[in-house]
Structure formats: structure tokens, C-alpha cells
Design a protein around this ligand. Structure first.
Ligand SMILES: Nc1ncnc2c1ncn2[C@@H]1O[C@H](COP(=O)(O)OP(=O)(O)OP(=O)(O)O)[C@@H](O)[C@H]1O
Ligand SMILES: [Zn+2]
Length: 486
């Protein structure tokens, strides 16, 4: 089977061929560190983490690099507001990034280069561009000359002339606009303003523009052509377009073989973003605080919320979608805990076979542009089966399916769960949490009866659905309500 990946650059799904056989060099645009990460960022890093895990599982040696943008207008302004140095502000939010993102079971990158630690590499690249006539200095600023790069616009599918016709004067809102030769020229280096952090450079005191840092860090960390460049779809233009414009003519090599982009987390039809103020942070969601009014959300439910949609599609954030993901996680968790709970009782041996047909199905879906939402169906099938057998075992003392088959099912589930970063810690707390006790079920049925008496059918349906999600089916009859485990 061949892995195929959708390439934003060619607008096609293509067979995956790496520069060096068996090795993947992957770069992902990281966060600008001036605030806590929100659910949109969580989606982006969960998606790339899962793709990285999948590639590793498919036998590739993956080198994964993700930067921190630690110099930028937004950072400078926020540091001023909070009376902190830029460095102190960045360190605070880099620490917060790690604390939050690790809770989501996102693996650490191999390196986290920071823009401010790559000033010499940035200078070098700008100088190459200057020598090639692709950059010009004006009063301490250095700009990229877009008209000199004939392929400008190839990633986003924009033509310079069309863009020019559509643009009304200012392009990036910088007050240095009059210094530009063309409205789409962009800053590679910015002259220092009084009181702002600045570095010495061949053009005087100043600081790097945003786009150049990624080009310089990719070059120094991974080399001239990488295999996968990733990031959110909102970065295609101008950020990734500009990375290409900087790197490719400087090195006379393609920057990346595959340009891959995740879809946005949306709120009421708009991108979740800090600037729109419609965001919910990862920690608010996981701790049940701040603007998240619901209960704390299990980190694995956040992963499921993300993975249940194809990575390139938009994903709507609603309370209902999070509640559904929580229910799905309960089901999956029961399956994942099965072996820890009952393996010994069932006399499982040490061998750990998997079910090749199911793994092949999962892989076929994953190989089709990382269709993990499709692959999840395989996991749920297994989890539901194991949950059912667990219930039978508890109530009848033995299972219907032979123990060795159940062990294969469980091993398959654990293996595929790990590929998607969906894992469970088998501590005593999680083990005892599994499944509702009979008293809990009876109590919920009682609550439902009362809701029905009060004609609160919304509530009674909610209780029925909650029980269904836990694998309990209710049967109403004139004699009352009976229940059974599925
Ligand atoms: N709503 C979202 N859904 C999915 N990915 C997102 C979303 N918002 C940002 N990202 C991605 O997260 C990564 C880090 O983003 P970055 O730090 O540049 O965000 P930002 O632009 O400061 O955030 P915001 O857009 O909230 O102001 C980028 O790859 C970006 O595309
Ligand atoms: Zn970048």
C-alpha cells in the first residue's frame, strides 16, 4: 500500500516519496508566544502529532521540528502592557505551552528553535537574498522584492497582478509602507524603534520579520529541502508563500516536497482566534474554569474531538460536540482498560498478537491522506465489542468470545490507540471508574422517571442517551423500565 498525501502546492493527493528513503524531515510552524494556547492551536498540534505518530508507525524515521516565534509586534506590545521583558513574557508562555500541550499527549518535538536564537542565520539568509537582487534595504529596514520571484503566489494560487488589483493601498498595515517598492514586498528585517528589543545587523540595529525566521530555522535545523512542511491553513498566505519566496531562490532548491495544512477550529462560522476574542484556552477546557462553563474535559476527549474530523476540514466547536467526544472517550476507555481489568482473570498469556485484517483496514484509511476519522471506526468497533464482553463477564462469570480472541482484539485496540495518541493510564482510579454500577443505573432510571412525570422530556431523553452511551439500553413497558447492558 502506498501512503498518499494531499499537497497544497500541487492541489493533488500524491504518493509520499521522501528525499531520503525511510526518513522524514518535518517542520511545523509553532506558536507566537504571548498568550495561552486555545483549542485552535490544540487542533493544529494534535493533528501534526498524530501524523508524526502515524509516519513512525509506518516505519519512517521522523525528525520533527517546531519553532517558537519569540519576537513579534504582538509580543512587544503585550510585554509592555504587562511590564515584563519580552524574554520573561515569552518564557512564561512557552512554559504554559508545554504544560498544556503535553496534557493532550502531544509528543515533544525533536527541537524547538526560537527566532531570537537564530539571528546570525537570519542575517546570512537575508544577505544571500540581497546579493541575488531579491532584497533591498531602505533606512534600516530590509524588504523582499516580490516582483523578482516569478513563482510568487504558487502555493496560494494567487497571481501578483490580481492581488495588486484587489489590494486597496496598504497591505500589511505597517507604517513603513512608503519605503516599499511594491505593495506586496514584505519586511525581512525591521529597523529598531526606540525602546524595542534590537540586535546589531549589517543594516543597523533592528529585529527580524516573521517569515524569515522559519526559512532560516528550517535551513539550519533540517537543510535545504524538507519532506513535510505543516501548519494551519490560515498560514498559506502570506506566511508560507513568503517562506517559499525566501528559501527557494536563495538555495535554488524546493523548500518542501509536501505542503500540508490543517483546517480551522470554527466558532459560529468564524475562525477561533485571539484577535476575535472567541477562543477557549486548553487549560480552561481541561480544568473546567474561565469561559468553559462545563465540567473539566478529559484530554483524550479533546483528541477525539479533533480526530473525528478529517484534518483538512473546518471543525465546529460547540458544547454538544465536546459532550459527544466525552461520551466517545468513555466507550473507548472501557475498551482500552479491558485487558488491565480482566486479562488476568481470563488467563491471558504473554503473546501479543494483533488482528491483521483490522490493522490493514486502519492502514488503508490512514494511507489515504491520513483518514483517521475513518480509522477511528475500527477502534470503536473493537472497544464496543470488548465493553460488551466485559459486561457479560461481570454478570455471567464468563465471556462469549474465547479469551485468546479477546486478547487479540485488545492488543489491536491498544496498538491502534497508541498510533492516534489515544491512551489510558491503568491506575486504580480509572479501573474502578469503568462502567456504571447497578445502583448508579437504578438511580439514573429513577431520575428519568421523575423527569418524565414532570413532563421534562428533554431531561429524560438526555438520561436515556447518557445511559446508552455507557452501553446500557432501557426498555420501557407498562410494568416499568427494564435495562440491559449491550
Ligand atoms: N482556530 C484555529 N484552528 C486551527 N488551527 C489554528 C487556529 N488558530 C491558529 N491555528 C494554528 O495554530 C498555529 C499557531 O498559531 P499562531 O501562534 O500563529 O496563532 P495566532 O495567529 O497568534 O493565533 P490567533 O489566530 O488566535 O491570533 C498555526 O499553525 C495556526 O495556523
Ligand atoms: Zn512558519
Amino acid at each position: 500500500m502506498t501512503l498518499t498525501i494531499y499537497n497544497t502546492l500541487t492541489r493533488r493527493q500524491e504518493p509520499f516519496e521522501t528525499v531520503e528513503p525511510g526518513k522524514v524531515k518535518m517542520y511545523c510552524c509553532g506558536v507566537t508566544v504571548y498568550d495561552y494556547c486555545h483549542l485552535g492551536h490544540a487542533r493544529s498540534y494534535i493533528v501534526w502529532d498524530t501524523i508524526r505518530r502515524y509516519l513512525i508507525w509506518r516505519g519512517f524515521e521522523v525528525r520533527y521540528i517546531q519553532n517558537f516565534t519569540d519576537i513579534d509586534d504582538k509580543i512587544i506590545n503585550r510585554a509592555k502592557e504587562q511590564g515584563l521583558t519580552m524574554e520573561a513574557l515569552c518564557n512564561r508562555f512557552i512554559d504554559a505551552y508545554f504544560a498544556d500541550i503535553r496534557r493532550l499527549n502531544v509528543m515533544d518535538a525533536d527541537e524547538y528553535p526560537r527566532a531570537t536564537e537564530h539571528i546570525p542565520e537570519i542575517h546570512e539568509l537575508i544577505q544571500i537574498l540581497e546579493q541575488k537582487g531579491l532584497a533591498y534595504a531602505v533606512a534600516g529596514d530590509v524588504y523582499y522584492r516580490v516582483e523578482r520571484f516569478p513563482s510568487y503566489g504558487k502555493l496560494s494560487g494567487r497571481e501578483l497582478e490580481q492581488m495588486q488589483a484587489g489590494a486597496s493601498g496598504r497591505v500589511d498595515g505597517e507604517d513603513s509602507e512608503p519605503k516599499k517598492q511594491h505593495p506586496f514586498d514584505f519586511a525581512l528585517w525591521k529597523a529598531a524603534k526606540p525602546g524595542e528589543p534590537a540586535w546589531d545587523s549589517p543594516w543597523g540595529q533592528g529585529r527580524p520579520g516573521w517569515h524569515i525566521e522559519c526559512s532560516a530555522m528550517i535551513r539550519s535545523q533540517l537543510g535545504q529541502t524538507i519532506d513535510i512542511h505543516s501548519g494551519g491553513g490560515d498560514l498559506i498566505f502570506p506566511h508560507h508563500e513568503n517562506e517559499i519566496a525566501q528559501s527557494e531562490p536563495a538555495m535554488n532548491k524546493p523548500l518542501a516536497r509536501y505542503w500540508t495544512h490543517n483546517g480551522m477550529v470554527m466558532v459560529n462560522g468564524q475562525k477561533m482566534s485571539k484577535s476575535l476574542g472567541n477562543f477557549i484556552t486548553i487549560r480552561e477546557l481541561l480544568d473546567g474554569v474561565g469561559s468553559w462553563k462545563g465540567d473539566p474535559v478529559n484530554p483524550m476527549a479533546v483528541r477525539l474531538f479533533v480526530l473525528q474530523a478529517h484534518y483538512r476540514k473546518p471543525l465546529d466547536f460547540t458544547e454538544e460536540a465536546i459532550a459527544n467526544a466525552e461520551n466517545s472517550w468513555k466507550t473507548l476507555k472501557e475498551g482500552l482498560l479491558f485487558g488491565y481489568q480482566y486479562g488476568e482473570k481470563l488467563g491471558w498469556g504473554k503473546e501479543s498478537e494483533i488482528i491483521p485484517e483490522l490493522v490493514a483496514r486502519f492502514q488503508e484509511l490512514g494511507d489515504d491522506d491520513f483518514n483517521f476519522s475513518g480509522g477511528l471506526a475500527v477502534l470503536f468497533e473493537l472497544a464496543k465489542e470488548l465493553r460488551r464482553e466485559g459486561n457479560i463477564l461481570v454478570h455471567e462469570g464468563s465471556t462469549k468470545t474465547p479469551a485468546d480472541e479477546l486478547q487479540r482484539q485488545w492488543n489491536t485496540l491498544i496498538t491502534l490507540g497508541k498510533v492516534l495518541g489515544l491512551e489510558v493510564t491503568p491506575d486504580t482510579e480509572t479501573l474502578t471508574q469503568v462502567g456504571l454500577s447497578e445502583q448508579e443505573i437504578e438511580a439514573l432510571i429513577q431520575q428519568r422517571q421523575e423527569a418524565r412525570k414532570a413532563k421534562n422530556f428533554g431531561e429524560s431523553d438526555r438520561i436515556r442517551n447518557e445511559l446508552q452511551a455507557q452501553g446500557i439500553t432501557l426498555i420501557d413497558s407498562p410494568q416499568g423500565t427494564r435495562w440491559h447492558r449491550n
